[in-house]
Every structure is written in C-alpha cells, then in structure tokens.
Design a protein around this ligand. Structure first.
Ligand code: GLV
Ligand code: MN
Ligand code: MN
Length: 411
C-alpha cells in the first residue's frame, strides 16, 4: 500500500530536537558550518539516519548522505532529497533543517509501509549552505555537483580565520568518500519560503520554478586616518563615509529600479575603529541578487562604476568576489509534478521564484531538480522568529512524499 500521510509528531519532534542544538549562553541558535555546534547537530542527524536503518556516508567535503536501497533497486541511480543543517548566526529552527528532516521522514514512512521503490532514495545534508562562515554559500553542494574543486573548497578560509578542511577534520566530518559518489536521478528540496509571498496570497505550497542569481563581494575602501576634531570636513578622506554613501547608493538604486533587484550590506567594519579618528579603512560585504542574469550584470556594473567614482575622489578601492551564481531555472516536469501533487491534495499552490540560495541550484547541474516551498509566518527568516504553521510543515512533507512516490517509481 502506498502511504499518504507522514508521522507528523515524529517530524515536528525531530525539528524541535535539532532546533535545541547550538543554543549559546544567550539562547541564540547558531550552528555555523564545521563548528562544534554543527558537529553536535550532525551527530544528532546521523544517529537518526542510523536508527532508520539507512546506509550513512560522509564525503570529503563533509556532506552527509543516508541511503535506502534494496537488493532489487541498488543498481539504479537514486532519487535524492535534502537540504542543509548549518545555520546563520541567531537563526530560526527551520531553514534547511525542515527539508533534511522531512526527507528522512518521507523515507522512514515509505520504508515502514513496506514500499518497494524502483530506485533507491537518499537524503543529503550539505555542508556550509549558508556561507555565513565560509564563502561561497552552497559550498558542499557546489563541490558535490562538480562546480568547485575539492582542494579549493577545503582551503576556504572562515570569517574567523580557520580553514574548512582543518575544521571538518577537527569535528570528525572529513569523510573519505569522493564528492559526487551518488549520481542522482533527480533532486527535490523542500524548504520554507523565507519570504512573504505564499502567506500574503493565501497559498499553502510554492512550486519553485526558478531561483535568482547571487553576487557576493567583499569591498575595502581605504582613505586616510586623521583627527576627528581638527580635520575640517572638506579636508577628509573618510573611508567610513565613503562606505556609507555606497550603502545608500545600492539601496536607492534597488528601490528606484522597479525590478526584483535586492542589495544588502550585511557586514561592515572600520579601521582603526576609534571614536575620535576619521576611519582610514572600511571593509564591507555586498550581496546583490536578481532573477535575471542581464540585469544582475547591469547592477554589478553600476556598483563598479560607483566604486570607480570613489577612486576618482582619491580613495583606494579593492574588491574580492566571494560568490557568483547565475539564476537557475528548475526542471519543468518536476515543477509540474509538484503542482500536480499539491492540487491533488486540495492545497492551493502557485509557482514561485526563490529569493534565497539553495543547494538545489547546485544539484540541478547534475540532474533534474526542483523545490517545494511552504509559507513563512510574517515572511521572516534568518531570524529566531522564523516559523511556519505545523499544518503547513506537515502538508509540505506530504507533498514531498507524493512527489517521491512518483519519482522513485513506487506502484
Ligand atoms: C542562503 O540562505 C542565502 O540565500 O543567502
Ligand atoms: Mn536554507
Ligand atoms: Mn539560510
């Protein structure tokens, strides 16, 4: 018999358990990639995979896989489901974890029902999806998909100066299997929307048809340190002010563009960082996104022109590209299958563009890929208040179940 419901209490319990891992002294949930807190989260996840009777492998970039294969289907390429369990700083409990734990729940449900899939089903938890500690984001899935050399990825340097390869070894997750050992037949990632669209428009499910391009840069503007009391405004080369003007330039341009372009400066530091010294140096990150590659390039060019104008004023400007991913269009057949599964359950569904980066955009290089979104309450994410109604979490997992039944060939 083909199951039509998952074990809601088990899924919600698993999310709560993982969500308790990595709370710091102030109660903030932070499991940055390859930290001790990430190790604790990984250990909990691996214990669940083992308890479910899955074959666990860890590849050399630390991606974790749990595979359910039978004697009859072991030679077939598996259906891969998954996401990530690393977090940003002061994160919510659902980003990534929902997709990983719902994938495991789907496999357990099918296994317990005695289903006999024509192909294996695997769940993946990819390393450093967030990119909050090691750039670029989606690093583990990028390496898995062959988009970045393993050695280059292992040499990635953290915001705290550590090397990814060393950190994976230290936490016991520098696996031995070569990345890409699983060649999936298809990849489906379930995720919270992390934006306001589904809730605002009253939809229960998003069938994600594309994902916007992402450009990350680190910018350093150098001016001249000087006395804050004695230096007339007209005689300053204030790197802090130049950085502030750049932030305003990006926001105003995005606001006035009447396009989906978004621009964010999420980190900034000044040197020497002293109250009565005109900043000599400002270092900040820029996150630019747009679903249209041509427009994203135009935004990058406009930003470069703004930096060139600062150089003409006498500042020195250095930039470093931390991540650059083109927009991705997901597999039309899979998107239609997700829509169909949602409608068959009577769930209001719409097609949607992902504003966030996801492992699916990397794995889609290897095989047909797509994503399922569920609503985020208040459109809030990357924030401890990130939440989704339990009924929506369960509905999303059951749509994933139906899609998996179809893609894994369960009759
Ligand atoms: C990942 O969460 C991203 O979109 O930055
Ligand atoms: Mn995520
Ligand atoms: Mn995230």
């Amino acid at each position: 018999m083909i199951p039509t419901t998952i074990d809601a209490a088990r899924l919600l319990g698993a999310l709560a358990d993982l969500g308790r891992i990595g709370l710091d002294a102030d109660g903030r949930r932070t499991r940055l990639a390859a930290t001790d807190a990430d190790r604790a989260g990984r250990d909990v996840f691996v214990a669940r995979l083992e308890a479910a009777g899955l074959a666990v492998t860890v590849d050399r970039i630390g991606n974790i896989f749990g595979l359910w294969a039978t004697e009859e289907n072991a030679a077939e390429p598996p259906l891969l489901l998954g996401s990530h369990i690393d977090t940003v700083v002061n994160a919510g409990p659902l980003d990534g974890c929902y997709g990983v734990l719902a994938a495991l729940e789907v496999i357990e449900t099918l296994k317990e029902a005695g289903a006999r899939p024509a192909r294996p089903i695997a769940v993946a938890a990819f390393t450093d999806e967030e990119g909050a500690r090691f750039a670029p984001d989606m690093l583990g899935s990028l390496v898995f998909a062959g988009g970045m050399a393993l050695d280059e990825a292992l040499a990635a340097v953290a915001t705290d100066g550590a090397r990814l390869g060393d950190e994976l070894a230290r936490i016991g997750y520098a696996g031995t299997v070569e990345p890409g050992h699983i060649r999936p037949a298809a990849y489906v990632e379930l995720h919270i929307e992390q934006g306001p669209v589904l809730e605002r428009e009253g939809f229960r499910i998003g069938a994600v048809e594309n994902l916007q391009g992402i450009s990350w840069q680190r910018v350093t503007i150098t001016g001249q340190a000087n006395h804050a009391g004695t230096t007339p405004m007209s005689m300053r080369r204030d790197a802090g002010l130049a950085a502030a003007r750049t932030v305003a330039f990006l926001a105003e341009r995005a606001n006035q563009s009447n396009t989906p372009t978004v621009a964010t400066v999420g980190r900034m530091s000044f040197a020497p960082d002293v109250i009565n010294v005109v900043p000599a140096r400002a270092t900040f990150t820029v996150d630019l996104r747009d679903p249209d590659e041509t427009r994203l390039r135009e935004e990058e060019a406009a930003f470069a022109a703004q930096l060139a104008a600062l150089e003409a004023e006498g500042f020195t400007v250095a930039t470093e590209q931390l991540a650059r991913f083109e927009p991705v269009v997901f597999d039309a057949g899979l998107v239609a299958a997700i829509e169909h599964a949602a409608r068959a359950r009577g769930l209001a569904v719409r097609r949607i563009t992902s504003g966030a980066g996801h492992d699916a955009q990397m794995v889609a290089r290897l095989c047909p890929g797509a994503m399922i979104f569920v609503p985020s309450i208040g459109g809030i994410s990357h924030n401890p208040r990130e939440a989704t109604a339990d009924a929506d979490l369960v509905a999303g997992a059951e749509v994933l179940l139906d899609v998996a039944v179809r893609l894994a060939g369960i009759a």
